[in-house]
Design a protein around this ligand. Structure first.
Ligand code: SF4
Length: 408
């Protein structure tokens, strides 16, 4: 593990093999890639196309779909074609369990259309069939020149490997705790499978590894180990993170620690969507995690105070929401016409206590009048007071100032 830097930055990125996934580079020092997964029935082509497009528009740079039967395998090339007709060329990843070797054999068009195959070494096959079926999957990856993610998961741990390690551990003079042995089984499942794939002829530049668990501290321990013991590109994700704020906080807590240490080449936030909310929330959370930790920039960052008894209304909270929504809506256009806008910082503050100070730190910030203050909202641009807004049209005038700043 490298020495932490003295300044306020993340540790240097871990050196990994770069993997080309349908034109998106993962690892090798490339920016950490955001990915997500659909929850439609893959065989429902129209529903899957619609959701992939939504995820892509939200910023997902790769999208995984389950491929669990003949119908879903047959749907994959049709999904790719329909997306291409919409001008969307996002790499699609096939998520295979149990029968991936059969589906890839039966549907060559699916094998060709996918940009990557996800293989779970815990359920690729059982008993003597395991080695054969794993080898078949790797042969398809070689034949179609596709990368694979070897994705071990706590919920589908290779039981024969776990039993063997537990047995060996029981014979030691000082056996390790069972949890430590099971963690080792998860790591070994991923590493041994990756090394077998290399022996079968798959290049290291075609392999991404993951070993997901649902506990924050356990995930950090697993990935620190994986990072020290291999140079494969790593996919990070807290599996089954949960619903709402719990899933967001748990994912951010685990992934931020790992990325701070330079570990991780692509991330997925595995949120359980709250009923009625969009699947795209996990993409927004992934982007915000990468941006708030200084890894990448996607959209201007809005700093806003929480408000307190010094604020007389919720106007400043509404203004913060308006500003956040505005820059998110504009970003697809700005990304093309105003590159660099995503690095901008904005501040919307509720009173004179921290308002002018925080606003001066932003590229453009506004300090709204608090309780008992004169009804005036000074705006600061690049650290200097530029104008004071008053009246009922402050929101529109501030948004116009943001647009003018971006144009300049
Ligand atoms: Fe309260 Fe003012 Fe601080 Fe906002 S900036 S939290 S309104 S004291």
């Amino acid at each position: 593990r490298p020495t932490p830097p003295a300044d306020a930055t993340a540790w240097p990125r871990r050196i990994t093999h770069a993997v080309n996934i349908g034109g998106v580079m993962v690892g090798g020092g490339n920016p950490v890639v955001v990915q997500s997964m659909t929850n439609t029935d893959t065989a429902d082509v129209d529903a899957s196309v619609k959701q992939v497009a939504e995820l892509w528009r939200a910023g997902s740079e790769m999208v995984r779909l389950t491929v669990n039967n003949a119908e879903s395998a047959a749907a994959i090339p049709r999904i790719v074609d329909k997306l291409a007709m919409m001008g969307i060329n996002v790499p699609l990843i096939g998520d295979f369990h149990y029968n991936g070797h059969q589906l890839l054999a039966a549907e060559p068009a699916c094998a060709e259309a996918l940009a990557k195959y996800r293989i779970n070494p815990g359920n690729v096959g059982f008993g003597k069939k395991k080695d054969t079926q794993f080898a078949q999957l790797i042969e398809f990856a070689i034949k179609y020149d596709k990368p694979v993610r070897i994705g071990a998961n706590w919920g589908s741990l290779d039981q024969s490997l776990a039993a063997r390690l537990m047995d060996e551990n029981s014979k030691l003079a000082n056996p390790l705790p069972a949890a430590r042995v099971l963690r080792e089984a998860l790591i070994r499942s991923a590493l041994d499978s990756a090394n077998t794939a290399v022996e079968l002829g798959l290049a290291r530049e075609r392999i991404v590894l993951s070993a997901k668990v649902s506990g924050v501290q356990e995930l950090i321990a697993v990935y620190r180990d994986l990072a020290m013991r291999s140079d494969f590109a790593l996919h990070l994700g807290l599996t089954e993170a949960g619903i709402g704020s719990k899933g967001i906080v748990a994912s951010a807590a685990a992934l931020a620690v790992l990325m701070q240490e330079g570990i991780g080449d692509t991330i997925r936030i595995s949120l359980t969507p709250e009923p009625g909310t969009s699947r795209t929330q996990e993409v927004v959370v992934a982007q915000e995690l990468l941006q708030t930790t200084g890894q990448r920039a996607f959209t201007p960052m809005v700093t806003a105070c929480p408000g307190c008894g010094r604020t007389t209304s919720e106007f400043f909270q509404e203004l913060a929401k308006v500003v956040q929504a505005h820059v998110r809506e504009q970003m697809p256009v700005w990304r093309i016409s105003r590159p660099g806008a995503e690095n901008m910082t904005l501040a919307v503050m509720g009173c004179v206590v921290n308002g002018p100070g925080e606003s001066r730190h932003a590229n453009i910030g506004i300090s709204l009048p608090g309780n008992g203050e004169a009804p005036a909202a000074p705006v600061f641009i690049d650290g200097e007071k530029a104008v004071t807004l008053r009246g009922d049209n402050i929101a529109n005038e501030f948004v116009a100032l943001i647009d003018a700043y971006v144009d300049r």
